[in-house]
Structure formats: structure tokens, C-alpha cells
Design a protein around this ligand. Sequence first.
Ligand code: ATP
Length: 285
Amino acid sequence: MPLGPALSIYDPVFIGIDEFGHRVTVPLIYRNMLIGGEPGAGKSALLNLLVAHAALSLDARLCLLDGKRVELGQWRRCADVFVGPDQGHAIRTLQRLQTMMDNRYAFLEWFGHRKVAPDHEFSPVVVAVDEIAYFSATAGDKKTQEQFSALLRDLVARGRAVGIIVIAATQRPSSDIIPTSLRDLFAWRFAGRCTTDVSSDIVLGHGWANRGWSANTISPNNQGAGLLIAEGGMPQLVKTAYLADADCARIAAYAATLRTAATRTRRTTRPADPSGPVADLPAAA
Ligand SMILES: Nc1ncnc2c1ncn2[C@@H]1O[C@H](COP(=O)(O)OP(=O)(O)OP(=O)(O)O)[C@@H](O)[C@H]1O
């Protein structure tokens, strides 16, 4: 297969158009994103779009958690680790990421840097979670659910500067799944159609529905439309771009080929990412 240019995770990610037809991009590096909305609102489609950019970014590593397996399953070959409906595996993976995060902070402190940069040995890691509620409220027992939630919160809270980018989706935008304290840690928030103003506010932030911005007003037939808000900004109506399953399969195959070629080249030119693999390592001590 002929190999073309790749993308970078330091580039803004194209996600669709606004109501004036202008391109909408979201810089993901040093940020996290929360995606909420009712079933069928287009959350997984947006997540796939973001993961496609990350997969094509040879400077990024992927860590995918998908209780349904099929939403993100196409990107498995591009990922360091793919977690299906296995609560223990999800927790071990987040623990490993937490250790990686702490090690990276030690590195930054030692060298007097405040955040990772493109010329560091460390690659940003995109952690995509399709349906937080599966791991935080459905699978396992109360103890493991709380453990999962605490680990995810820590990664969202502290991971930004060390290049850990969490993108999490949920079809249950309720306060038990997304407490305000967690919601406010996400720099980007996208509310696809929600069934109530309260659910919309849980994703976007308190008070936006009263000010006329509610994802409840989006038509159920307008999948992929939603309100996007950035930290400190105003909501913006966006129609996300859509990758059909066949598009995802083609992009994933191409990205996997690029990644294999890049790994071979890197092996001969520079050392591997000193963070080591995320997959299948024992949990942090
Ligand atoms: N941006 C889009 N443009 C056009 N159609 C879209 C778009 N996004 C989603 N759709 C349509 O909506 C359907 C449901 O989308 P998707 O699976 O992403 O929803 P979801 O919110 O993840 O649902 P669930 O919570 O049940 O997983 C897709 O199969 C597709 O047909």
C-alpha cells in the first residue's frame, strides 16, 4: 500500500460544521472531551471521528475502552490496548496509565518542563471510553465501579500536561454518572440530543438551558447535531462529520499500516517511548 502523510495529535481535529457552514475544529492536546446525549444522538460517531484523527497521528498512542466492543472495535489494530466488557481489565489499564502519568510528571519535574511537547520522547496517549456508565455504574460491583470512577477522574484531572487526553462518551448524562466536579474537568463538552434540559445542563454546565442553550431542542432526526462548548466559552451548534463503518475500516487499515511502518523506522532511528506499553502490564504497586 502506498503510504501518504500522517496527521499529528498536536493539530486541531476537524469535527464538522457550525450553523453557518464554517469548519469546526477542536484542539485536543492538553485537553479532554466529554460527549453526552440520548441513545442514537451520534456520540459514537463523534468518538470514532476523534479516534480516527488520533489513529492517523503517528505521534499519538491509543487506549480504547468499549463495553460494547463494536463501537471502537475497528481501531483495535491501531491501539496499545483495547478493553472490552471486562471491568478488571479496565481498572488495570487505568492504573497503568496512572503510573505512566506519575512517571511522566517526575520526568517533567526533573527537566524543568511544565508540559509535554512534540520534541519529547513521550507520545501523547488518547484514552477513549465509549459509555462511561458501563464501567462506572453497570459492570462489576460498587467497589470496582468507584475505583474505575476515581481512576478516570484522576486521569482527567491530572493527565493533560503529560499528554493523556481522555475522551469519554455517555448516553446517561445524569448527575450520578457525571457529577459537576467531573464535568468541569473536561475542557470540551459536546451535548448531542438530550431528553431533558437537566441532562443537557449536566453535559454543558449549569444554567445554559435557562439561557436558551439546550440540547433538548435538537430534533431526534438530526443525528450528529449537538452543542459544543469549550472551557469558559459559549455553546455552539455543530453538525458533526460522519464516517460510515466502511470509511472507519479503510482509515483504520491505513492507519495500522502507517503505524507498523513508523514503528520499524523509529526502532532504527530513536528509542521507543520510555513510558513503555500500556497493555497487559501488571497493575501499579
Ligand atoms: N454526524 C452524523 N451525520 C449523519 N448521521 C449520523 C451522524 N452521527 C450519527 N448518525 C446516525 O445516527 C446513528 C446513531 O449514531 P451513534 O451510534 O453514533 O449514536 P450513539 O449516540 O452513540 O448511540 P448509542 O448511545 O445507542 O450508542 C448512526 O448509525 C448514523 O446513522
